[in-house]
Design a protein around this ligand. Structure first.
Ligand SMILES: Cc1cc2nc3c(=O)[nH]c(=O)nc-3n(C[C@H](O)[C@H](O)[C@H](O)COP(=O)(O)OP(=O)(O)OC[C@H]3O[C@@H](n4cnc5c(N)ncnc54)[C@H](O)[C@@H]3O)c2cc1C
Length: 387
């Protein structure tokens, strides 16, 4: 039996791929119900390809938005378009899939449907994993103890499984925090309702918006200096006034959009270097537990879904030697996720340049660049084909 700790996007995707491979699995999720807090997620072609194989794309299509325009960079002060990508005509031609935007709750729900109900145990907070007689044993806060052949720590950025296995590496202060908010479509201006992923970039800040939930909401995610704020949590909140204060002096249309936002979430981005190792015997890590990354390439969930596909394939081809299968999984995944962690990290500097010659050089490069092609190594990747 394969025990997965954490029923987020990564844990449920792992359960779905393992189930598809005919392997028995149980997910232990600490929350009493499966839910995601209100925020959007970009489903890039590399994730869409794998979700299609899980058979969940049709359901997701009825709940998400297919983007016509992506990477539409705009200047902070007046909205001048610095570059834009025509996804409608090129994305599927290049990568066999479109790019979508979804509410995280919808993405989680469609993946859950690919996992048998009886494989999910809610209200189970894991506090420790130890190895007894070569088998991993999980301990939960209600006193339950569960043995498994393999344990997958998909328990997010503050992973208890990672804490029990790997030497603790304190997260570093990045100086950046994210505001996340939803605006009902009827209150959003027409420019924000377009099927476009728009990034407004300016000194020390940038703001991204796109429609989600079949166009019912506009998702906002904005990055700003963190000051002394250091709470890294999906449930911490800020006020609209705090959000507005960060974008004082920006294009008035953007300020109006922020004003229409519901209670914003606030998340301090903490900085973690790639881990050199995820696997300890028959226990491994997946998703944010393994490779927390800055969200500037919108790839965290997509990488967790890729991990899930690779993990299932490795365990399916080598069921008699799970430790070997997990080593292979780690070997395949660490180089790629580390590279995405690194490029995401570098983006924070580029997006936040102050007005001046460096910013003008960046804007010139943006106008010439073609991110859809330049990021082909991310979007074109098919882990199952690779294996
Ligand atoms: C502002 C922001 C914007 C983002 N935008 C995008 C985007 O556009 N596209 C994209 O692909 N990614 C994006 N991401 C990243 C993405 O959200 C994460 O990478 C993804 O959610 C990771 O999934 P996960 O399953 O590994 O972890 P999580 O989603 O954190 O799930 C972990 C699960 O484990 C459970 N858990 C935790 N501890 C325990 C325990 N001890 N016992 C049992 N259960 C436990 C939690 O309750 C939770 O359900 C963004 C991230 C941020 C911060």
């Amino acid at each position: 039996m394969i025990a997965i700790v954490g029923g987020g996007i990564g844990g449920l995707a792992a359960a779905a791929f393992l189930h598809r491979a005919g392997l028995p699995v149980t997910v232990y999720e600490q929350a009493g119900q499966l839910k995601e807090v209100g925020a959007g997620v970009v489903v890039a072609p590399n994730a869409a390809r794998l979700l299609r194989r899980l058979g969940v794309m049709d359901e997701l299509l009825s709940r998400c938005v297919r983007l016509e325009v992506g990477w539409e960079f705009r200047r902070w002060r007046d909205g001048t378009v610095l570059s834009a990508e025509d996804l409608e005509s090129s994305c599927e031609r290049l990568y066999g899939e479109h790019t979508y935007t979804a509410h995280r709750a919808d993405l989680l729900e469609v993946i859950r449907r690919a996992v048998p109900d009886e494989a999910i145990r809610l209200g189970k907070r894991c506090v420790d994993v130890v190895t007894r007689a070569d088998r991993p044993v999980l301990r939960f806060d209600d006193g339950e103890v569960a043995e498994a052949d393999v344990v997958v720590g998909a328990d997010g950025v503050h992973s208890a499984i990672r804490g029990a296995l790997a030497p603790a590496v304190p997260a570093a202060y990045s100086g950046i925090c994210a505001f996340r908010a939803l605006v009902p479509a009827e209150q959003a201006p027409p420019f924000a309702r377009r099927r476009a992923q728009t990034l407004w970039i300016g000194p020390g800040h940038h703001l991204v918006h796109y429609p989600i939930s079949a166009g019912k909401f506009v998702n906002l995610v904005a990055f700003a200096p963190a000051g002394d704020y250091s709470v890294e949590s999906w449930t911490a909140t800020a006020t609209v006034e705090e959000f507005l204060a960060e974008f004082d002096g920006w294009d008035a249309r953007l300020v109006d959009l922020i004003r229409s936002a519901g209670t914003p979430g606030r998340w301090a981005l903490l900085d973690r270097a790639p881990l050199p190792r995820w696997t300890y015997g028959t226990v491994t890590l997946l998703g944010d537990a393994a490779h927390p990354m800055f969200p500037f390439f919108a790839q965290g969930a997509a990488q967790a879904i890729e991990d899930a596909a690779v993990l299932a394939r490795c365990l399916a081809v080598d069921p008699a030697d799970p430790a070997d299968a997990l080593r292979r999984y780690e070997e395949l995944r660490i180089p790629r996720t580390s590279r995405i962690q690194q490029v995401s990290h570098a983006r924070s500097h580029v997006n936040h340049l102050p007005d001046g010659p460096q910013q003008r050089a960046r804007d010139g490069a943006l106008a010439k660049d073609d991110p859809l092609v330049a990021n082909g190594w991310i979007y074109g990747y098919d882990p199952e084909a690779e294996l």
